[in-house]
Ligand binder design. Structure first.
Ligand code: HEM
Length: 519
């Protein structure tokens, strides 16, 4: 066969294959029991529509607009649906007989490595792994290591004082990242990474984590190709990317070596009675090292890496972006700032003055502070659609039957804009909404539909850590500093890489006459 002939045969074959695939897709789309569900036309046939929406980094806005147009159920891919319905959410994220996460999550995992607690699709694996560390993330345990955050808070306040003196314009989003990463570093390892000291992205940690979140969000949509696309992504990555994760691992390894040596030299095997005991209690890695010593057959040093790397990967960017929301909305809403300051000052006057810093326990007793934090987390959550797979037998959700294998989920952005739950002004930053509803927490619709940390058995493990950081930082920040946008009328720009990224939060800082108890 001559070359041109071979070429035409191959072209005909490719065309026939394409036509066959298209006919197959059309047949599937129009014979699907879900064919009447609305959504973008392209999403009926291909995942490409959803990948493009995620790639635009404005997926949150696109999803909110779609729900406004089509109602509580929207098709976002051929076999995937976004649902905005409180009752349906209780089924999708139920605790008994939980639905499994959609394969989408694999995009955030390393191919050929054990899936993390976040990415695993196997509920039994998830339960076994979470059981190893769950108690360390409870408020009762965190209260003992709360002081670890103080170092980061002090360093942050010192930096802000210096900026106030210099009159410099400051990128608040960047500095809150430095704060959040140093705080989570201290809680996890007993030492900050040193971001606040250096004032820069050390070893590209922040850049690596952010770009990996973006990669995982898009790659997960075509999860079957992830092992290949991951290699391409690594190959295309700017030289040195990946160094960030390696740096975190080296840092953790160094901390553990250091402690092991100190424990050996002090012959501090009895962790209850010796100085070494403090090492084994005063941060999460220490507690886990103690677990390795107690039960070396079932819990190993590698397990510490497994869990603590998640603290940094999942807990830094998310907490930083959420804290930036609080500061941004306070800057933009003087009425709320003024009321919050009043409540904080009143709380300070009532206390005995023993401790300079407001404790997390105290912060929780100030309802308006809690409402401000919650409202900021509501109006601008991290994440996008949180998909699960419909189990055998199918499920009826929001009045629609979904057959087994369909992917369904709630998007926190969409949920938090639901008017039947949050009232007629969901786009307004109004902390009072959390104080007006007198129903109990179990009955409170807003609480039940609050999705910032996810819901059900796969809820965020580090929720209490991030709330602790916010509760420690915000009172002091608000009482000690005035913060305003460098350009008064400027708005920031929000991107969604699954982690939220805010750009343009440039501020001027001035120091206030803080209440004497704080000084
Ligand atoms: C404001 C800050 C944070 C936000 C908004 C946030 C949000 C979330 C969301 C939405 C999920 C996933 C739920 C799902 O897939 O259905 C999640 C899971 C997770 N988060 Fe967070 N997170 C935050 C802070 C943290 C911190 C500080 C840590 C650790 C120190 C952490 C560790 C984790 C882990 C380990 C998971 C997986 C949990 C599981 O599947 O069992 N997060 N988080």
């Amino acid at each position: 066969m001559s070359l041109p002939n071979a070429f035409s045969v191959a072209s005909c074959f490719a065309l026939a294959l394409l036509l066959w695939t298209l006919i197959g897709k059309l047949y599937e789309a129009y014979n699907s029991p879900l064919r009447d569900v609305q959504g973008p036309w392209l999403a009926r046939f291909t995942r490409f529509w959803y990948a493009r929406s995620a790639y635009s980094r404005q997926g949150h806005k696109i999803s909110m607009d779609l729900h406004k147009k089509y109602g509580p159920i929207v098709r976002i891919a051929p076999n995937e649906y976004s649902i905005d319905d409180l009752d349906a959410s209780k089924i999708i994220y139920r605790s008994r007989d939980p639905l499994v996460k959609a394969p989408r999550y694999a995009g955030w995992g390393l191919p050929n490595a054990e899936p993390s607690t976040f990415t695993t699709l196997d509920n039994a694996h998830h339960t076994a792994r979470i059981r190893q560390v769950n108690s360390l993330y409870q408020t009762s345990a965190l209260v003992n290591i709360e002081y670890q955050v103080d170092g980061a808070t002090n360093a942050f306040m010192e930096r802000l004082s210096a900026f106030a003196k210099d009159g410099k314009t400051v990128d608040m989003s960047d500095w809150l990242k430095y704060y959040a990463f140093d705080a989570v570093g201290s809680l996890s390892f007993g030492k900050p990474f040193g971001f606040l000291e250096k004032g820069t992205d050390i070893a590209g940690i922040l850049e690596t984590i952010h770009s990996y979140a973006f990669y995982g969000m898009v790659a997960g949509i075509y999860h079957e190709w992830h092992p290949t696309t991951y290699k391409i992504w690594q190959w295309l990555a700017p030289k040195g990317r990946g160094g960030g994760i390696a740096h975190i691992m080296q840092f953790a390894a160094h901390v553990m070596d250091d402690w092991n040596q100190r424990l050996e030299s002090e012959k501090a095997k009895d962790e209850e009675q010796t100085e070494g005991g403090d090492l084994l209690r005063d941060n999460q890695t220490g507690s886990l090292l103690a677990k390795v010593r107690r039960d070396p057959d079932n819990f190993k040093t590698e397990d510490i890496f497994y869990h603590m790397s998640m603290n940094v990967l999942a807990g830094g960017e998310t907490t930083a972006a959420s804290t930036a929301n609080i500061v941004y909305y306070l800057t933009k809403t003087p009425r709320v700032l003024c009321k919050l300051r009043g409540e904080l000052e009143e709380a300070l006057e009532k206390r005995d003055g023993a401790s300079r810093r407001i404790s997390v326990k105290e912060a929780h007793s100030i309802p308006y502070l809690q409402a401000v934090i919650k409202e900021s987390l509501r109006i601008l959550p991290n994440g996008l659609h949180l998909p699960r797979v419909v189990p055998k037998g199918g499920l009826t959700l929001a009045g629609q039957f979904f057959p087994e294998g369909t992917m369904v989920g709630v998007n926190p952005w969409v949920a938090h804009a639901n008017r039947s739950v949050y009232g007629e002004d969901p786009n307004v930053f109004r902390p009072e909404r959390w104080l007006e509803d007198e129903s109990t927490e179990g009955e409170n619709k807003m609480e039940q539909y609050f999705f910032t940390f996810g819901r059900g058995p796969r809820t965020c493990l580090g929720k209490n850590i991030s709330l602790m950081e916010m509760n420690k930082l915000i009172p002091e920040l608000v009482l000690r500093f005035d913060i305003e946008m460098a350009n008064k009328d400027a708005e920031w720009t929000v991107y969604n890489d699954w982690f939220v990224k805010q750009e343009g939060f440039h501020v001027k800082i001035s120091e206030r006459q803080a209440p004497s108890m704080l000084l």
